[in-house]
Design a protein around this ligand. Structure first.
Ligand code: SF4
Length: 423
């Protein structure tokens, strides 16, 4: 049986996982969590920590050990197949995604160590390699140029708003002008693939203000946008401010109007909405997703398997899902003790796999192709969900053709009502 290059010992909860790591040499996607931030944004409930920069070196050392433990001497990463109308996992490129937290807080040296260790798990040369960057951390071009030289070929900038007073309420560490400068710097050093994250439904935001933002951002020339409606997470400062009445956020009608405006403005500007929250610049091909789509997220939506490393990272290796320990010190201590830093392993049944394949895939405008469901679940969609699909079609929420099933425009607005039918 092939062995990992460095082995971490496995407590009982990790036994199944360890078995999967050794058995599977074909996993093509890797998520790496960098849990450091300069300060916590008021709305954020991610696994991230401020004022712990003194742990960065030890953290990256632990991360590299965990990554080396995943390296597989016989890893055989199949290249992506060309896109056909029947979207399947095989068409997704191998991917590495550094998310956080703020990966761009890593020094060039620590980033280089991390990417070198990742290269042994998913070869950088064939992969879409994305680094999430906070615009406040990549001012000036040197760092972005260094990322390019290390093999990073996609950056994702968290712009969030073009309204400086709102950015201050959110606790962001940058202004709108700085975010624009970071975007231009990324372009100037040669990044062709840049995602911009925005949030709508923000404190004090009006529909008119949001429309002004949309008018401006479509002129920037980014190839990809991800737009999220603000979610007020309990235990965040913003949640407390809103529930105590000190700050107000737009109501559901206004937020719905903002989403519809985004759909209209991006379509008019030549972007294709390929997922509920994601747009990419249109291209000439008739592929089911545009060529600038985020392949790492496509892997999630196609319910592919992926490895994950770092504190609090979630991995998916059917028939299990695993979650690493969340705390930075806890994570470092586990790895230093040569133990797998896994807090929880969740067993998945074939029914779980089928349900996840449906509700993740239906987020894509291309929907779930019959070929993909068969490839992922080993059975036909109708054998498992025939009754649910017939009922949803009757309600006008789902449509189907000879290739697969997808949400109708009405189904897209009522997505949760559709997704819960498969759980
Ligand atoms: S920069 Fe991102 S990860 Fe860090 S606190 Fe803000 S929203 Fe959370």
């Amino acid at each position: 049986m092939p062995q990992s290059i460095i082995s971490l010992s496995h407590e009982p909860s990790g036994a199944l996982l360890a078995h999967e790591w050794r058995r599977r040499s074909d996993v093509r996607h890797l998520y790496i969590h960098i849990p450091f931030c300069h300060r916590r944004c008021a709305y954020c409930d991610f696994n991230t920590y401020a004022n712990m920069e003194d742990r960065m070196e030890a953290y990256v050392a632990a991360l590299c050990t965990e990554l080396h433990s995943m390296a597989h001497p016989q890893r055989a990463i199949p290249p992506a197949r060309s896109m056909t109308a029947d979207l399947t996992r095989a068409m997704v490129r191998p991917t590495i995604f550094l998310g956080g937290g703020t990966p761009s807080m890593l020094s060039e040296a620590l980033m280089e160590q991390t990417l070198a260790a990742a290269d042994a798990v998913v070869p950088l040369c064939d992969a879409e390699v994305t680094v999430e960057c906070n615009p406040g951390t990549v001012l000036g071009r040197d760092y972005l140029r260094a990322l390019r030289a290390m093999g990073v070929n996609r950056v994702s900038l968290g712009v969030q708003s073009l309204h400086d007073p709102t950015l201050r309420i959110l606790g962001r560490i940058h202004t709108a002008a700085e975010a624009y400068a970071s975007f231009n710097d990324a372009r100037a050093v040669g990044f062709e693939r840049i995602n911009l994250d925005f949030i709508f439904g923000l404190p004090g935001q009006t529909v008119v203000q949001w429309e002004e933002t949309l008018r401006e951002i479509v002129t920037w020339g980014a190839d990809h946008f991800a737009l999220y409606s603000l979610i007020l997470e309990e235990r965040t400062p913003l949640y407390a401010q809103v529930t105590s009445g000190r700050i107000s956020v737009p109501d559901d009608d206004a937020t719905g109007a903002m989403y519809e405006l985004a759909i209209a403005h991006f379509a008019a500007a030549g972007y294709v909405q390929y997922e509920i929250s994601n747009w990419a610049r249109a291209d000439a091909s008739d592929a089911p997703v545009p060529s600038h789509a985020c392949h790492h997220n496509l892997a999630y939506w196609l319910n592919a398997d992926y490895l994950a490393a770092g504190a609090g990272a979630h991995g998916h290796l059917y028939p299990c899902r695993y979650i690493n320990v969340a705390g930075i010190d806890d994570y470092i201590a586990h790895v230093r003790a040569r133990s797998l830093p896994v807090a929880e392993v969740i067993d998945l049944t074939p029914r779980d796999l089928a349900a996840e394949t449906m509700f993740m895939g239906l987020r894509l405008n291309a929907g779930v192709s019959f070929a993909h469901f068969r490839d992922r679940c080993g059975v036909e969609i109708d054998a498992i969900f025939g009754a649910e699909l017939a009922d949803l079609a009757q309600q006008g929420l789902i449509e189907r053709d000879d290739r697969g099933v997808r949400l109708t425009p009405r189904g897209r607005m009522l997505g949760n009502r559709v997704f819960e039918r498969f759980v």
